[in-house]
Design a protein around this ligand. Structure first.
Ligand code: FES
Length: 150
């Protein structure tokens, strides 16, 4: 976890458990200011440190429209046409789905993974499009790494 977020949690943890609504609100506002959003993993850690149930904290976040669980959204199209499909497109798709789920949970950065059509660059496949930009000769490892760097 981010050092500043850790300091915020330490401060509110020292205020006593279970935290009151004012402390919860204060902690969440500060966390969002530092992180840009309050990802699931941060919500769980916050609930633990403040001595409240994760479901209570989640409901609290949904109650206040100013709080966000996700700070950015990206989109990746994976070509699943006949040529890319025969060259690991499905493994790439699975690697992307796995990595994107972790990314959203840990960092609050959402990556939408979409099965795409042939981009007519079959000879350079497997191909994916990251936010509209074509990437060629992908492997599942490279695709997962790409998400880590978003
Ligand atoms: S099948 Fe992927 S570019 Fe044609």
């Amino acid at each position: 976890m981010n050092q500043q977020a850790e300091e915020i949690l330490k401060f509110y943890e020292r205020q006593g458990k279970p935290a009151g609504q004012e402390e919860i609100l204060g902690a969440l506002q500060e966390l969002q200011q530092v992180l840009g959003c309050i990802p699931k993993e941060v919500q769980e850690e916050t609930a633990k440190r403040l001595g409240v149930k994760p479901s209570f904290l989640s409901a609290f976040i949904k109650k206040y429209p100013g709080f966000k669980e996700v700070s950015a959204v990206h989109e990746i199209h994976v070509c699943t046409g006949p040529s890319c499909g025969s060259k690991d497109a499905l493994k790439i798709l699975r690697a992307l789905e796995q990595e994107s789920a972790q990314k959203e949970r840990k960092e609050g950065i959402s990556v939408k993974i979409v099965k795409g059509r042939c981009t007519r660059r079959c000879a350079k496949g497997p191909n994916i499009k990251v936010n509209g930009e074509l990437c060629h000769h992908m492997t599942p490892e490279q695709a997962a790494d790409l998400i880590r760097r978003l």
